[in-house]
Design a protein around this ligand. Structure first.
Ligand code: MOS
Length: 744
């Protein structure tokens, strides 16, 4: 398809604002009379507050108020049944509700002062005494597996897919069969920008709130709902988000606390969390997985079972689709699933980039590598042997699945055919070299969204939707779609987002935004084009009036006759001629269920990795990585590549670096800072880090054929690295991250 902007590697339209500091984040908006709130966090994980003495803090000049459970009860309408758009079943945590402590670092007070420094100092003077619970703290998943329960038993929540065939019988019968366990601990979102809310108070309880969020409407209904305000009084703004990865899907407690203080004090208040406090409101849950695979000698899968035991809090049942992927990725007639939760004394886990898939695909893809080794079969060949064109969990074919092209092109680029299958066979002096691969998979979602297009007679187009850009490139791709569809130079198009006064959009999550908001933008802009055509007739602009639409070309701000480009009129002139100051349209994109429902809709990937392991020290370095993605139509290869690269970096981190270590006695995440929560630095990332987008056409997922790339980049990376480490060392490490102590 011949396009001017869609599919072109366009630089970020917000790039300059971001690198020059002009882009403002939630904690950076300044208003006269702003007060600063600092949160006091609990130092125990389970028990209750017996005394909270705020007198020393309040005695300081400039300290305005200290809010605790003793002076706010009844102020918020935090109904027990309250849910936000991303709430799991249960009863959400209510800050400052009572003296009970449910998790370490629970917010227990908000100190509000005239300056941030003063508030922070005063917070250190709040004296708290606790009574520890008589019940022991339970914080380490693997120590409490005996308490696992099936969360699907209730009315709400996750339902695991149906078993098929007869796993037990076929597993026992198959010539090759084995069981394997995989575990990783909690991981925390660590976006550069800490969570913050700046609440600007106007008389009569009108609030304008700059909030770090992935969904302004979610924050808006949360604030309106629990404080009993009409939505008209609550405007949420989130023009820029400094990374979120899922941490902004739920309204976090700094929003609640800032609003509480603003309403009570009738003045503007900002609350910014510290890096340590970023470890107190949700994480990717620690999960233990058990895989059982059985195959014939030629590698045909006969039976598989995928079991997962994951953690949740005492007050909500957070669930993930972890086990489903196994039976969706491979053709196998005898499949069993089990999924259970253990309640721990911790905050509720929270969606983190590719929630469920990053965990579940790690297990199945490592198990497939173990099977390939047992069969003495090439790992790619084993995957092709069990390839499927349908998601057997759903009994539906994939709307498109160019995964074979991913294997082919990824393997070619990587040089996979040169691999010696024998572990420890490829070395460079004392460095063991390992090549590993894995498959990735994620959903291609399309949720109803709205967008508005406004074309003014000066030829400037403003398109808007209340979505967000968490660094994914939303601003840029929506600008491209709008410029392309109306036919304007991209410089004349502005896209607005992150404002609850804009047309309704869903949370930016699940990799759904490009498809969902993108189609709404497309429709609104197509409608503008229609209106321009109507103006041609209305003005009787002779050479172009009443010409069928398909004989017209929209481009460079002009409408031209396809057969004779000399005959044209600028959109601006046309509007002036017609006496229209502007044209506008608000459109809703709604999935075509009849077209979609018969199909499973997913994005796929193949990841190839080379690691170098120091034989003496056990240190692992990733030296090369190729990720081939089948992601439908790529709107912007530049921002798309960045999305995948970011996912690859995170996958490397998951495999080798990061985990939140919990102290089982205190129920506290111990490494709650950037010094001890290890993530890769530039020096850890190889130069050969390649992304391939294979060609994939799909008009079933949505009319633009785009699949969304926010999450797929991370999915297959950790298992590919784990498999490469096995190939290098002959040692199968079943616990992430693969640190040197596990290899020597
Ligand atoms: Mo993502 S975990 O849907 O922000």
């Amino acid at each position: 398809m011949n396009t001017q902007y869609i599919g072109k590697p366009t630089s970020r339209v917000d790039g300059r604002a971001k690198v020059t500091g002009q882009a403002k984040y939630a904690g950076e908006f300044q208003v006269p009379g702003l007060a600063y709130g600092v949160v006091v966090s609990s130092t125990i994980a389970k028990g209750k507050i017996t005394t909270i003495d705020t007198s020393k803090a309040l005695a300081l000049e400039g300290v305005i108020q200290v809010f605790t459970h003793e002076n706010v009860s009844g102020l918020a309408w935090f109904d027990k049944s309250y849910k936000d758009q991303d709430s799991p079943p249960g009863s959400p945590f209510r800050p400052l509700h009572n003296s009970e402590i449910k998790f370490s670092q629970q917010p227990i007070a908000l100190v509000v002062a005239e300056s941030f420094e003063l508030a922070r100092y005063a917070a250190s003077l709040v004296h708290v005494e606790y009574e520890h619970s008589e019940k022991p703290i339970e914080a380490e998943l693997r120590a409490h597996l005996d308490k696992a329960f099936d969360p699907g038993k209730g009315k709400q929540g996750y339902k695991k897919p149906k078993n098929r065939g007869n796993f037990a019988k076929e597993f026992a019968k198959a010539p090759i069969h084995f069981n394997s366990e995989y575990y990783h601990g909690a991981e925390h979102h660590n976006p550069m920008e800490m969570h913050a809310s700046t609440v600007i108070y106007d008389e009569d309880d009108h609030l304008t709130i700059y909030d770090k969020t992935q969904g302004v409407f979610n924050s808006q209904s949360y604030v309106a709902g629990i404080f009993g305000l009409s939505k008209k009084r609550v405007r949420i703004l989130s023009p820029f988000v400094g990374g979120a990865f899922g941490s902004g899907l739920r309204p976090q407690y700094q929003l609640f606390m800032a609003v509480l203080a603003a309403l009570e004090l009738k003045r503007s208040v900002r609350v910014t969390l510290t890096r340590q406090q970023m470890f107190s409101f949700g994480h990717r849950p620690a999960t233990l997985q058990k895989m059982s695979l059985a195959a014939t000698e030629d590698g045909t899968l006969q039976a598989m079972r995928h079991e997962a035991i994951s953690e949740t809090s005492r007050f909500e049942n957070y669930t993930e689709t972890i086990v489903d992927w196994s039976g969706a990725m491979y053709k196998c007639d005898n499949v069993a699933y089990d999924y259970q939760l253990v309640k721990l004394d911790a905050y509720t886990p929270l969606d983190m980039r590719a929630p469920g898939a990053a965990t579940g695909v790690y297990a199945i893809e490592c198990a497939m590598d173990e099977l390939a080794h047992k069969l003495n079969m090439d790992p790619v060949a084993l995957r092709l042997k069990n390839y499927t064109e349908e998601d057997a969990n759903k009994g539906k074919p994939y709307s498109s699945k160019e995964l074979k092209a991913c294997f082919q092109q990824g393997a070619d680029r990587f040089g996979w055919s040169q691999r010696n299958p024998e572990p420890r066979s490829m070395r460079d002096g004392s460095t063991l070299i390992g090549w590993g691969m894995a498959t990735g998979m994620w959903d291609s979602m399309f949720v109803p969204c709205r967008a508005k297009a406004f074309l003014s007679a000066d030829g400037k187009l403003t398109v808007s939707s209340g979505t967000s850009d968490i660094g994914t490139g939303t601003y840029t791709i929506m600008t491209q779609i709008a410029a392309e569809t109306v036919g304007l130079p991209i410089e004349q198009v502005t896209f607005k987002l992150g404002d609850s006064s804009l047309p309704l959009a869903y949370l930016e999550g699940g990799s759904a935004t490009a498809a969902s908001v993108g189609n709404a933008v497309r429709i609104a802009c197509e409608n503008i084009r229609e209106k321009l055509i109507r103006l041609l007739s209305k003005t009787s602009y002779a050479p172009l009036a009443d010409v069928p639409a398909e004989e017209l070309v929209f481009g460079s701000g002009k409408i031209q006759l396809k057969s004779d480009p000399q005959i044209s009129i600028s959109m601006s002139d046309l509007m002036k001629l017609a006496g229209e100051n502007y044209l506008e349209d608000t459109a809703t994109a709604i999935p075509n269920m009849i077209k979609q429902m018969p199909y499973a809709r997913n994005v796929h990937s193949a990841v190839f990795v080379e690691v170098r392991v120091d034989e003496d020290f056990g240190t692992v370095r990733v030296s090369r990585m190729v990720s081939a993605i089948a992601g439908g139509r790529i709107l912007n290869p530049k921002t798309a590549r960045s999305q995948i690269l970011g996912g690859m970096v995170w996958g490397l981190s998951k495999a080798l670096e990061e985990t939140s270590e919990v102290d089982a006695n205190f129920g506290r995440f111990m490494n709650h800072n950037y010094a001890e929560y290890h993530i890769p630095v530039n020096a850890d990332i190889p130069e050969e880090f390649e992304v391939i987008f294979v060609e994939e056409h799909d008009d079933i997922v949505n009319p633009m054929g785009t699949k969304g790339l926010g999450e797929i980049g991370v999915v297959g990376v950790a298992p590919a690295i784990a498999n490469a480490v096995f190939h290098a060392t002959g040692k199968r490490v079943h616990v992430l991250p693969i640190t040197l102590d596990k290899l020597i």
